[in-house]
Design a protein around this ligand. Structure first.
Ligand code: DGJ
Length: 536
């Protein structure tokens, strides 16, 4: 029997299963106004050429429900048909009550009836173009429309072209930390709901550091108002608002799942350095609020970061470290997207990765993304097998100008990595770029996925990374053994040939610096299988 796309959890990671097979989302998100058939038509071939297997695409509440209770599915149906025709899956983004804090995708019949569908208000009482999460009418109208969308998908999408759904988009309060409608004021003066307290108590030892600190600073009380339990601060206002956003989204997601239980998540705009809640979109599904969102929105499968900042690894790690499967629905479009993709899949066994504005990606950015996605496609069965069990990692330069080797432990071997972000000179003439110094002007991505497939057997894949291998320090003392390279071969994992390894060539001599290192050339993605040995 055909099973729906679903997640299989294993600890903090999860695997997406589509048509019974592990599916890594090699995605790209369309620009906000790029999902309609005629506009999108010329871009599909480029999306296919970049090696995408899924397009992350918005669907608009105002267009789908122009009159209350009357739905027009034309845009959704066209998208599904065209994705299918190009062998592509879809992650649909529900632009419902909130899109980047605002409510610009609410239908006109919602926008124009502020009595029935109340707006959030500032502390001075000014209305905002943000639907208030404290109004049941807002929530119920959104939930009815979302449920109708999922029911429609159930009826028309028998082939599971749609594999996942994002509920709302970059929720967050601006320009203040929380809503100040009369209902919001009453809720803020009232007690912290028992469900949230219960979550805090039950998960006392696993709470995120910030929430743990706020709760404990006020004596870890198990009842009281918001300021009694968490203190009188902007952080408390943010926790309060996050709880109410989460409860609203939970109702919307649950209504959708009742019709068609696809995996669902919601995404966050991240925090600009130094910004306070309200200066950044307050109360979204951010890592420091992961516990609040988890407790408030159990119908969501996970929360997701939109990572546009240069410190990609820090944000990816923050989401994964909070016990949340990683999916990056929006990432900065640049040559580094290719490197960040490898890090997300290698380090965190990510569900997927997706640069924003994918239809505008071209030239070197497109070539690099295609190279990274080809590697991910080849390694998908291995990623599914090794995610979350400590036998796989992702390597990304910790800083842009890093010169000292980067040491990462992978089980019983220490990887020492250096990165080359520019093409090296004349490798064919036997010149090795050992310093990582610039020899050209064009920066290239540098990153790797490393998987320990057996005792002293590794798969090393990526671009611009040179690795040496060492034994981990021995706690009991004693000299460590030297780790040498027994063999290194380049090849492909080829689905067409039973998922088997297709040998291309043995790498030795200049290509391994006469046995000293394994090198993923800059400018060219490769997959290598390496056998190590140890001696004294
Ligand atoms: C983040 C939003 O989620 C997207 O819909 C889009 O508005 C981008 N920002 C634009 O950079």
């Amino acid at each position: 029997m055909h099973s729906l796309p679903h997640l299989v959890r294993s600890g903090a990671t999860a695997r997406l299963v589509v048509d019974g097979q592990p599916f890594t989302i090699r995605g790209g998100e369309l620009g906000n106004s790029s999902m309609e058939r005629a506009y999108l038509a010329p871009y599909w071939s480029n999306l296919v050429e970049m090696g995408l297997n899924a397009v992350v695409a918005p669907v608009y509440w105002d267009v789908l429900e122009p009159v209350e209770g009357r739905f027009d599915w034309t845009t959704v149906d066209h998208l599904i048909e065209d994705a299918r025709a190009h062998g592509m899956r879809l992650v649909l983004l529900w632009f419902g009550s909130w899109k980047n804090s605002m409510s610009c995708y609410a239908p006109a019949w919602v926008k124009m009836d502020v009595e029935r569908f109340p707006r959030a208000r500032t502390s001075h009482g000014a209305p905002l173009e943000i639907l208030s999460p404290f109004a049941a009418a807002n929530r119920d109208a959104d939930a009815r429309a979302f449920a109708a969308l999922l029911a429609h998908l159930r009826d028309v999408d028998r082939e599971s072209t749609v594999v996942m759904v994002q509920v709302e988009n970059e929720i967050g309060m601006i320009p203040e930390a929380r809503d100040h409608t009369p209902d919001a004021e009453a809720a803020f003066a009232g007690p912290v709901p028992a469900e949230l307290i219960e979550h805090l108590v039950t998960h006392r030892d696993e709470l995120g550091a910030a929430l743990h600190a706020e709760w404990h600073a006020s004596g870890a009380q198990e009842q009281g108002t918001w300021t009694e339990v968490f203190g009188d601060s902007a952080a408390t206002e943010e926790i309060f608002q996050a709880w109410h956003f989460a409860r609203y989204v939970d109702a919307v997601a649950a209504a959708g799942k009742a019709e068609h239980p696809l995996p669902m998540y919601t995404n966050a705009a991240l925090i600009r350095p130094g910004a306070q809640p309200g200066q950044y979109p307050s109360a979204g599904p951010l890592p420091h609020l992961a516990d609040v969102w988890r407790a408030g929105a159990p119908a969501l499968d996970f929360i997701a970061p939109d990572i546009y900042f240069p410190d990609f690894a820090r944000w990816a790690d923050a989401y994964a470290d909070s016990g949340n499967p990683l999916f990056v629905p929006e990432a900065l479009r640049s040559v580094d997207a290719a490197a960040n993709a490898l890090y997300a899949f290698g380090k965190h066994g990510a569900l997927g990765f997706s640069p924003f504005g994918i239809e505008s990606v071209s030239g070197n950015e497109a070539a690099m993304l295609a190279g990274a996605y080809d590697v991910v496609a080849q390694l998908t069965p291995l990623i599914a097998e090794h995610a979350g069990d400590g036998s796989m990692t992702g390597l990304l330069p910790p800083t842009a100008d890093m010169r000292t080797p980067h040491r990462v432990r992978l089980d019983d071997v220490v990887l020492e990595a250096t990165y080359e972000r520019v093409p090296a000179p004349s490798l064919a003439d036997g010149v090795i770029n050992e310093t990582g110094q610039a020899h050209g002007t064009q920066e290239l991505p540098a990153a790797a996925i490393v998987i320990r497939t057996g005792p002293d057997e590794l798969v090393v894949a990526g671009i611009g990374v040179t690795l040496t291998f060492h034994e981990p320090p021995r706690p009991a003392g004693g000299a460590a053994q030297v780790v040498g390279i027994l063999s290194c071969e380049e090849g492909r994992y080829d689905d067409a040939a039973d998922g088997g390894w297709q040998h291309l060539r043995w790498l030795n001599g200049d290509q391994t610096h006469q046995g000293r290192h394994v090198r993923l050339e800059p400018g060219r993605f490769t997959v290598q299988r390496v056998r190590l040995y140890r001696y004294r």
